[in-house]
Design a protein around this ligand. Sequence first.
Ligand SMILES: *Cc1c(COP(=O)(O)O)cnc(C)c1O
Length: 411
Amino acid sequence: MKKNQLKHAPITQFLQNKGCLQIGGMPLPRLAQRVGTTPFYAYDRQLITERITLLRKYLPTDIQIYYAMKANPMPAVVQHLATLVDGIDVASAGELRIALDTTIPPNQISFAGPGKRDNELSCAIASGIIINMESEQEMKRISILGKRLGIRPKVAIRVNPDFELRSSGMKMSGEGKQFGIDAERVPPILAQMNTLELDFKGFHIFCGSQNLSAKAIQETQEQVLELFLHLAKKAPDPICLFNIGGGFGVPYFPGENSLDIKLVCENLYSLVEKIKKHTPGTKIAIELGRYIVAESGIYVCRVIERKISGKRIFLITDGGLHHHLAASGNFGQIIRKNYPVIVGNKITGQKKEIVTIVGPLCTPLDLLAEEIEIAKADTGDLIVIFQSGAYGLTASPTAFLNHPAPIEVLV
Ligand SMILES: *Cc1c(COP(=O)(O)O)cnc(C)c1O
């Protein structure tokens, strides 16, 4: 099949009624009235709940689910998820504050990320969460700060394995990375835990993100397990926690299909058994961001003008890359591709046309969809970008051109 004939996988998670998209049990135009302005992000509470239910259905019960908050740190979303998941993974002191406001206990919160500042580490030590150490230097700083605070820091080692997650959208392991401690340097570090007065909890191995291949994820899980078993033998204390990473992707672009979650989870049963046999008492966690929230969210903007230039039709909207960088193709994509987009108040029975949807910014990069077939839209119509519940607002340069920031609602 030629590339330009590829289609988006159908979006089936939202209902529609009388040609309008429904979200949170409400027709989209009504929600827009309720919000009072466009653009906005809307996240569907029920869909988030259903996603966790789906994971629990297929995952071995021994595996805990951690939410990687950077995917969507909206406090209402995190509060909702706190009632559903077992733990939260944060990547800054700011995210840590949001996590600590929930009912998730501190020992179920972990803090990963390179370049943690001393004051962030101090907050983390004082709050009693587990710090995933990303370097030897960080380990020494944590030890000094812990002694200064009179608190024994809880730590885990983030291991940078010498393999990577094949066919993943974003690789975060393998030779030479800013993340984690190279696997071969881990054993000598383990021997220092007691002298450094650190409370060693376990290992964190995260290989990559946005993977849609169950087979590739399975292969990586096997490798992660082997590495874990090798390192576990060198650990001074029993290992409380093993975070096996995640990397589960969602379909964004034409030709992509949903991850076979059943297949991914099936593989984990034998893995869990092996861990139970070799290191009984180890708690196993999986950490997921986008897989939990991406498909429950939409970004909504309004058409300001329908403009014809040359042979092209442009819909100029009040939304753009300053709110949704990923949909514009500027958040890590190599080739720009369209997210799934519809006219949310004109889904069915409308004449269709091929349009390019842009924002109000003075840059040709401000593209929300390029040459897509969509219901014929005009001023006032609502453009919906699907798969927008993760890496949306907080992954966008909202200050660029000084337009108002979009609103976020959980419905
Ligand atoms: C970003 C990140 C995640 C989440 O990745 P998703 O693709 O959103 O699931 C998980 N763990 C770590 C360590 C991360 O940095």
